[in-house]
Design a protein. Structure first.
Length: 266
């Protein structure tokens, strides 16, 4: 078998595992229901696609890393503990094919859940928003479905980035307790740590206000938020989306390289 065949075989195994694991199905369902409930209960769906994005942003920023970490933080560690890595190595499966296959399978699962959730949330705008008054000249460009599509694309990129980070944790950790501790620690840093550091630094004068976007780009969450406000909502933010994009891709690429390097000992 070629390396690509090995990669797709591992990916197929992961997709089957996800489809047969009740806990993962329950987590995916809970995520979808939460996103749809937030969309239906909030005022955003009744105001249009841009208000819906603003309603969903904090929940997606918090819940997506939790879902990605739950899907990926133990997968390589479990294969190592159960001896499956040793079996795959006897068949000549390379590190790259193994890690790539896991990332492809788990990533497809994650993207499917995110996509279904956001499509269902977007439908609430069509169902709940009142019809536009015909006697008013409205600027429809300010609230276009394209804004929600851009938000969805950025959410997928954010999901794949956090999945790569979780995969790196799974590869580098040697015990479940170690993997869980690192995962929880990183989630805390991503969600509140870097934001709090940036705010405290600006308020104390340690950092200038112009350096805040660069500090936020250090966190996948901060980079995702910056991209949403810059590209999806068009809030007039002065932050450059390029720095946030570089930050997200650096986390994604660096995490996958770490996972490949640490998947097993030489």
């Amino acid at each position: 078998m070629s390396e690509m065949d090995d990669l797709f075989a591992v990916a197929a195994r992961e997709l089957q595992t996800m489809a047969r694991t009740p806990a993962m199905i329950a987590l995916s369902g809970a995520f979808t229901l939460t996103i749809v409930a937030v969309a239906a209960a909030g005022s955003g769906a009744r105001g249009g696609f841009v208000p819906l994005v603003l309603d969903l942003l904090p929940f997606v920023e918090l819940l997506l890393p939790l879902l990605a970490f739950a899907l990926c933080y133990r997968v390589i560690l479990a294969d190592r503990d159960h001896g499956e890595i040793d079996v795959l190595r006897t068949f000549g499966v390379s590190r790259l094919a193994y890690v790539g296959g896991i990332y492809l399978g788990r990533g497809l699962t994650l993207v499917t859940v995110v996509g279904v959730s956001l499509v269902a949330a977007g439908v609430t705008v069509l169902v709940l928003s009142p019809p536009a008054p015909t006697f008013l000249a409205l600027n429809t460009a300010a609230d276009s479905p394209l804004a929600f599509v851009r938000f969805g694309v950025l959410a997928v990129l954010f999901a794949l980035t956090t999945a790569a980070i979780a995969l790196a944790i799974s590869a580098a950790a040697r015990t479940t307790r170690q993997a869980l501790a690192v995962a929880i620690g990183l989630l805390v840093v991503f969600v509140v740590g870097i934001d709090a550091t940036a705010i405290a630094g600006v308020l104390s004068g340690t950092f200038g206000l112009e350096t805040a976007p660069a500090l936020l780009a250090l966190s996948p969450n901060g980079a995702f938020r910056t991209l949403v406000f810059s590209l999806a909502v068009d809030s007039g933010s002065s932050a450059s989306p390029l720095l946030a994009l570089v930050g997200l891709f650096a986390w994604l690429g660096g995490s996958l390289l770490l996972a490949v390097a640490t998947a097993w000992d030489r």
